[in-house]
Design a protein around this ligand. Structure first.
Ligand SMILES: [Fe+2]
Length: 451
């Protein structure tokens, strides 16, 4: 129990340190401003984090009376869409911070005396505490997206991931066919949509060893990928035309064949070795078709990331069961960008694929839906209300995800038009398809003709 209490306290404290970094690095005007209609003002996230912590831990687990029931509706994500949140009478920054501080103090007191009683499902294995730690770091990622959308001088310190040499890596790896265990019934902090564990038979397929790089994506652009409807789905082409897409979000053409991109207030040339980020599902789908390939299904992605053919077991992470350390994955906003393709050999999966965890969220071809035997817990609005064909599943987490909310079973979902999220992709082909490519990510011209 001491271990569990210590782990919970450490996760809550780590989450709050990130929240503080993201909200203390801008001035008050920046905190209350809406930087994009897609996002909340940062000050809304700040008080919403505290409000959810109060609701689930102090009220539900602790049985403590509401502190400020009158503000609950302001911070209910389902009552007010992001676009209308700036018009609400939100707590000003100092009051939002004080509220968060007060809630946290009481939560740490509660943590000292909670019994993790099996009579309360929220308490078993500290689930509600784990859920709230994950909730806060998910908002930290949301706030980092807001930081990337904001204009003005850079405020976040930049650290660059080390260079990597991907030249000796095969462009794709084989994942042998057969059944594997998808989802989990064992991870106590797994969320409802990751449950329960169930067996899925996945035929043999090849998967890109690394996420698709900016260099490979530049080939798609240079080859007229954005101008050829043949590579795009019907809806994707319609969207590409309506939205005027010509390159990933935040890229601009600098002339002379050079693209630059803005990263948290700094502009620099696009790095061909880096995984591409800020592409929609439609763009990822079009690129894959141009490359003579396709996006992996969600089950394929998870099998590549978990299945150990030596034991037949599914692992919590590609490298095994140890929690993500700095040597195996680019997480926690340690760097403000994905690491070069081929990084983190120590984090490779048994199939040889690298960077499945961290760096960029990876679009899959799958719609977001329930696993067989799904039951909503602890509330329908966590995932059940989003099930359906309008959302596509993303896997693996980005450089902006914290370890507590990152594992090989974790499922994210979004609309196929979304580009502000830290999403990239990798491509796949069925083992029965004779997909060939010349250099990494590029189809030779003769293959293009046949595609
Ligand atoms: Fe939330």
């Amino acid at each position: 129990m001491t271990d569990l209490r210590e782990r919970i306290a450490a996760e809550l404290i780590a989450a709050r340190a990130r929240t503080a970094l993201l909200t203390d690095s801008v001035d008050e005007a920046d905190l209350v401003r809406q930087h994009s209609p897609l996002m909340s003002p940062l000050v809304w996230d700040l008080a919403h984090i505290a409000n959810q912590e109060e609701l689930w831990l102090l009220r539900q687990v602790g049985g403590i009376e509401p502190m400020h029931p009158e503000i609950d509706p302001l911070y209910d994500a389902f009552e007010h869409p992001r676009s209308e949140r700036p018009t609400l009478p939100l707590l000003p920054p100092a009051e939002a911070r004080a509220y968060g501080h007060e809630v946290r103090g009481r939560v740490l007191d509660l943590l000292d005396r909670v019994r993790f009683d099996s009579a309360s499902r929220l308490e078993v294995d500290g689930f509600a505490f784990g859920m709230i730690a994950q909730h806060e770091v998910q908002h930290d990622e949301t706030m980092l997206i807001t930081h990337q959308l904001r204009t003005g001088a850079a405020v976040l310190a930049e650290a660059r991931p080390p260079a990597a040499d991907a030249s000796g890596l095969p462009s794709e790896v084989l994942v042998p066919g057969g059944p594997f265990t998808m989802g989990t019934s064992a991870d106590p902090w797994a969320l409802d949509n990751e449950r329960p564990a169930h067996v899925v038979d996945v035929p043999s397929f090849y998967l890109d060893t690394t996420p698709v790089t900016c260099g490979a994506y530049l080939e798609f652009i240079a080859d007229g990928g954005y101008d050829s409807p043949r590579w795009w789905s019907t809806e994707g082409w319609k969207h590409r035309q309506q939205a005027g897409l010509v390159a990933p979000l935040y890229w601009s053409y600098a002339g002379g064949g050079q693209w630059v991109r803005r990263v948290f207030g700094r502009t620099s040339p696009v790095d061909p070795a880096e995984p591409v980020v800020h592409v929609s599902w439609y763009e990822a789908d079009a690129y894959a078709r141009w490359a003579g390939r396709r996006l992996p299904t969600e089950a394929e992605w998870e099998k590549a990331a978990r299945h150990d053919p030596a034991t037949g077991e599914s692992r919590p992470y590609p490298w095994g069961s140890a929690p993500p350390a700095a040597e195996v994955a680019n997480l926690s906003q340690r760097f403000l960008r994905p690491a070069p393709a081929g990084s983190y050999p120590a984090g490779a999966a048994p199939c040889g694929a690298r960077q499945l965890i961290g760096d960029v969220w990876e679009w899959t071809s799958s719609d977001f839906g329930p696993y067989p035997g799904f039951s909503a817990w602890p509330y329908r609005e966590y995932s059940e209300v989003f099930f359906g064909p309008e959302y596509k599943v993303l896997r693996g987490g980005s450089f902006a995800v914290s370890p507590v909310a990152c594992r090989s079973t974790f499922r994210n979902w979004d609309y196929p038009v979304r580009r502000q999220i830290f999403a990239g992709f990798r491509t796949a082909r069925s083992a029965t398809d004779s997909g060939t490519r010349g250099v990494r990510g590029v189809v030779p011209p003769q293959a293009m003709e046949q595609a």
